[in-house]
Each structure stands twice: as C-alpha cells, then as structure tokens.
Design a protein around this ligand. Structure first.
Ligand code: PMT
Length: 404
C-alpha cells in the first residue's frame, strides 16, 4: 500500500489521459499524497479541475506558475516527491526525456530530480513498435528509468495491438514495488501455484479446487521485495504479477519439467501448487462415450516434484505446503522430513477462511527444529510476506555460517 507516499503524477497528451483520473483516485485511496502535473496536450483531453478535485491540490501546468514566491515550481516539486509516475506516457515525453530536454514543467521536473520515475507508455500500436520510440525506451531503461509495458487489446484508434494503458491496480502495484524496501534482491525464487489438470480424454480431466491465489500472492510479494521470480502455474483465471517470469503448465509432468529446467538458477523454491498425485493411466484420443453401468478410470502415480527437489536441494531454501483435512501437524511434519524441506506451511480445509479459493489463509509454519509459527486468518498477500520473512531469516542465518 502507498500510505503517506508522495507521488507526482505526470499526465501527457493521449486518449488514455482519462484513465489517469482513475489512477489518481486509486493512489489517493491507498493513502498517497498526489500532485498532478499536466502537459499542454494533456489538458486537451481532460480538464485540470478533474485532477485538482481528485488529489485535493492545484495542478502543475506551467513552468512559470509559482505557488510559493520563494520556490521555483519544478525544483520544489522535484524535491517534494518520492516517485514520479508518468501515465499515460506518450512517445513525445519519452523522446524529450531520452534526449535530455527540459522544455515544460513535467520534463523539467523529471530532469531536476533523483527520485525514481515510472513511465507507463500508452499509444497507437504502430507508434509503440516504431524503432525510434523503442530506441528511446531502451536508452531510458539503461539510464535507470522504470517502465510498465502497455497491454495488448483494442486501441482508441480502432486498431488492435499493443499500446493500451495497463489497469490502474497494476500501475499502483508497480509504484508500490518500486518504493518498497528490497530485502530479497539477491534471491531467485521459483514459486509454483494453482492446480494441475490430468486429462483422460480430450474434454475431461481430474483436478482440484486450487485457484492459484496463494502462489500468485507469494510471487507478487517476492517480486515487490526485489527477488527475481519464476512463477510456474497450472490453469487459473489470474493475471501474473508484473515483472515475474511466468511459465504456464497444465499437468503435473509439465510442472515437473518446467521446475527442473529452472531449478539450477534458483536460491529458493516455494511449492504452493496443489499437484495431482495421480493421473489417468490412459488418455483416450477421442471423447469417451456414455455407456450403461459403471465406469472405471485407473490411475497411476505422478512424480512427486517436491521430493525430487528435496533430493537435489544443495544450499537452496525449500518451502512446501501441506493441505490437510485431518491430522494437520502430524501429516505436515511427516512431509517436512520426507521431502527434506526447510519449512512447511500447513493449512486445513476445515478452517474457515483458509485454503482453496478464498482471499485469506490461516496457516502454521513448521520448521526443521520443530518450531511452529501460528499465522491467524489474514489476506494471502500478508501470509506470503510472513513466509518470505522466514525465507529471508534462513538466508541470513546461512550467510552467517549457521545451518547447512
Ligand atoms: O490456490 P489457492 O486456492 O489459493 O489455495 C492454496 C492452496 C490450498 C492450494 C495452498 O495453500 C496449498 O496448501 N498448497 C499445497 C496443497 C497440496 O497439494 O498439498 P500436498 O499435501 O498434496 O502436497 C505437499 C507438497 O508437495 C506441496 O508443496 C505440493 O506442491 C508438493 N507436491 C505434491 C504432490 C506432487 N506430486 N508433487 C509435489 O511437488
């Protein structure tokens, strides 16, 4: 969340300027103090009064409009904020900043500051693909400016392609990530999420109720804290968090292959996925037709991915999950030992607000020494933060030469 963060919202002249109003509202809703700066062209699309009303502050429009006699506007703005978000960012502002130009209040504020700047480009798809625009983006990225790439979809110019301004939540999330302390910068964390699907004919499969929310929350939080994140996920309706490497899979065997391929470069693995232990022994090429009487599907065992990683663990931190309906602690402890884990996160299907589908979880984090941390009901994102605190603590211990 962006509570008490000081954010300058730069709005440039594109049709997506109207969406910047929604962004200003969201930033304020999250508790940020927002000052809007609009270019001359942005004012052609949305009236400054909109942003003045939403932020509760006058809008910066002009280099020579000074609010306090003693301060030059762009210098005072540049010293006041913690982050500049330029949304939408047109090809024009990207070109100006890449060229080192400071010719209006927004570009001058960007030139005169050391605070991070997040560009959120939104434009026609052909402009986005233009080599000069891409060259400017490359140059700006190399200079340390942050970018959130446009989404693909229907564009205002009636064409279809890449160029849409991303959702407000994604922009606010990226701002939060940029401003957060980065205590996992050294880590490459592989996270698994969601269910697997094990087909027995082209239209049917065996699966479970995992929504992917727990795994995606871990990926978002790890990324926010600076880790490189590889998210291997079964089918879910969720959008992968910005900045993570996303590897979609369907079956347990595909998950195994993806995990094993990436394992070498990881420093930690967190397996929140609900992997099917069994798959149908046979896969029919055609849809199986209804017949009178009973039908039997024989199953065979899937690979236990976590056990396999446990055997190859090395210095990695390995975290498993256990979803139980009875004997929560006993079964979870058994899995911790059998799979050679550092931690296991146990959740019960019988607990309200825990496990599959919901936005919250209630867990017990069990370690190799037998310690149990009770985590009461809270949002999965917060649970993710607590699990990552434990990963970080284990990493620190190992850096001090304590532990394996
Ligand atoms: O996705 P959500 O709707 O947010 O729900 C979250 C969750 C309930 C799926 C999650 O919190 C959770 O508990 N995930 C693990 C569920 C589970 O399948 O537990 P398990 O006891 O069957 O497996 C133990 C561990 O071994 C898990 O880390 C699992 O990923 C791993 N495993 C299991 C079987 C297998 N063949 N290979 C594995 O790697």
């Amino acid at each position: 969340m962006l509570a008490e963060r000081k954010i300058i919202l730069g709005i440039t002249g594109g049709i997506a300027a109207y969406k910047a109003a929604e962004l200003a509202r969201e930033l304020v809703r999250q508790g940020a103090e927002v000052r809007a700066v609009m270019t001359k062209n942005a004012v052609e699309f949305v009236a400054p009064l909109t942003f003045q009303t939403l932020t509760g502050h006058p809008v910066g429009l002009d280099m020579f409009q000074t609010r306090e006699r003693s301060a030059i506007e762009h210098i005072s703005l540049a010293n006041w904020g913690e982050l500049i978000i330029v949304a939408p960012a047109t090809a024009d502002i990207l070109g100006k900043v890449a060229g080192g130009l400071a010719c209006d209040l927004l570009s001058t504020t960007i030139m005169a500051t050391r605070m991070p700047v997040l560009f959120v480009p939104a434009m026609n798809d052909l402009m986005w693909e233009n080599r000069l625009v891409q060259g400017n983006i490359q140059k700006l990225k190399e200079a340390g400016y942050f970018f959130l790439d446009p989404d693909t979809g229907a564009l205002a110019c009636k064409s279809e392609g890449k160029g849409r301004m991303p959702e407000t939540a994604a922009i606010a999330g990226e701002a939060d990530r940029i401003l957060s302390p980065k205590d996992l910068l050294e880590e490459t964390i592989l996270i698994t999420a969601g269910p697997t699907r094990e087909p027995f004919d082209p239209v049917r499969f065996i699966s479970n109720h995992s929504s992917g929310k727990m795994g995606f929350a871990l990926a978002a939080e790890a990324r926010r804290r600076g880790a490189r994140v590889i998210l291997v996920s079964g089918p879910t309706g969720l959008k992968p968090p910005a900045g993570v490497e996303f590897v979609p899979i369907t079956t347990a065997r595909e998950m195994r292959e993806a995990v094993m391929k990436e394992l070498k470069r990881t420093t930690a693995v967190i397996k929140a996925a609900a992997v099917s232990d069994y798959r149908p022994a046979e896969l029919s090429k055609n849809k199986i037709k209804k017949q009178p009487g009973k039908m039997t599907i024989s199953l065979e065992m899937n690979p236990d991915i976590l056990s396999e990683i446990g055997a190859l663990k090395g210095k990695r931190i390995l975290v498993g999950f256990a979803m139980e309906t009875e004997g929560l602690l006993e079964h979870a402890r058994g899995k911790l030992a059998a799979k050679n884990l550092d931690l296991i996160v146990a959740n019960s299907l019988n607990e309200e607000g825990a496990g599959f589908q919901c936005d919250t979880n209630v867990v017990k984090i069990i370690d190799q020494e037998g310690g149990i941390q009770d985590v009461p009901r809270m949002e999965k994102l917060k649970v993710a933060g607590i699990i990552l605190d434990r990963v970080r603590a284990l990493r620190d211990k190992r850096a001090d030469g304590i532990g394996p």
